[in-house]
Write a protein that binds this ligand. Sequence first.
Ligand code: NI
Length: 430
Amino acid sequence: MLSLALGLITMPVQAQNAALNARIAQLATQEESKVIAWRRDIHEHPELGNQETRTAALIAAHLKKLGLEVQTGVARTGVVGILRGGKPGSVVALRADMDGLPLTEANDLPFASKVTTTYLGQPVGVMHACGHDTHVAMLMGAAEVLSQVKKDLPGTVKFIFQPAEEGSLPGVEGGAKLMVKEGVLDKPKVDAVFGIHINAQTEVGNLTYRSGGEMASADRFTIKVHGKGAHGAYPWNSVDPVVTAAQIILGLQTIVSRQIKLIDDAAVVTVGTINGGVRYNVIPPDVELSGTIRALSPAVQQQIWASIRRIATNIAESAGATADVNIEPYVPVTTNAPDLTARMLPTLRAVAGSTHVREIKAVTGAEDFSFYQEKVPGLFLFVGGMTPGTDPATTADHHTAGFRIDESGLTLGVKTLATLAADYLSGAKR
Ligand code: NI
């Protein structure tokens, strides 16, 4: 009510938003060459998760220059910038991830990565093969745009530059989970969070989203089958863990096909490794399986966990063996709060044009943005990075050595991030 009353004294709220948003659009367009230059610099100097020191220094220097309050070293290499608007209001967070991947870039670009390092003991290249370089550049652009209109912003914008979205080394805590643990959503307390991912299979100029479960949870499981070893010629002396493991693998196939209500949600159970035995004519005592579980709602996720335990232990028991099942939850479901999604949809349509905003089917890939959404309502979107007219089927996928992005898509990302923040703070209903 207060903001409405104040609005009436000067200008109606909607008209104020229209003027502010037009200004944001204009500033974002002016930022384009800077954003592309930042992106190329970061692309040429990719860093693996929890090691993003050069990237973090670049971001921190930029945010300080803009006059923001800056925190560094959050969750090791993360950077947080706080922009206080000229009027009181709520707090909105915008998030970008900063890490590259252990891949050798195969693109012939003047700013292609030539960086190499060691990953899990192996010499590897380092590459921004998921577009996190564009995320950093777009959010740096949005920070510059919003800092130029800060006197008109009713509230506070928190810029979250997060390390290690792709996961940390085994046994190491990191990424969004650690940022939340270190209090990134407190002081000042964040009311809503927005994030954007570039997409190499979506045409430049388009935004896609899904209300509710958008990207899957990802959990790792291991099953250790303990039997009894024997000479391969005398299997009756064994409790064969190889045959038991094979039965368990087939049993797991019935979870998605026979137990999950697939008309509601997709789900995946994949066995990725089988390890056991050293010689062709020796039945080993143990076999170990590992795999990944993907679900689009916490209820289905729980159902799959219970099914894996039940199937593995009971099949093992039927063979006279035992199975130790270990499930490690990794990333929760990326869930776009339906109320917030519905509320911000007019903003997306205004920024991209209504024919360029599309609700998509859920994705069985995962994204650790979900850790913020567990605490506050959040909306995670995809912005097009594919050259118009290109066939997505022949465009290199994310996480491959030929991954590339059409940079003409970045300005829409900057506009979207900045306008989402401004409209959220204005409580805008178009
Ligand atoms: Ni990514």
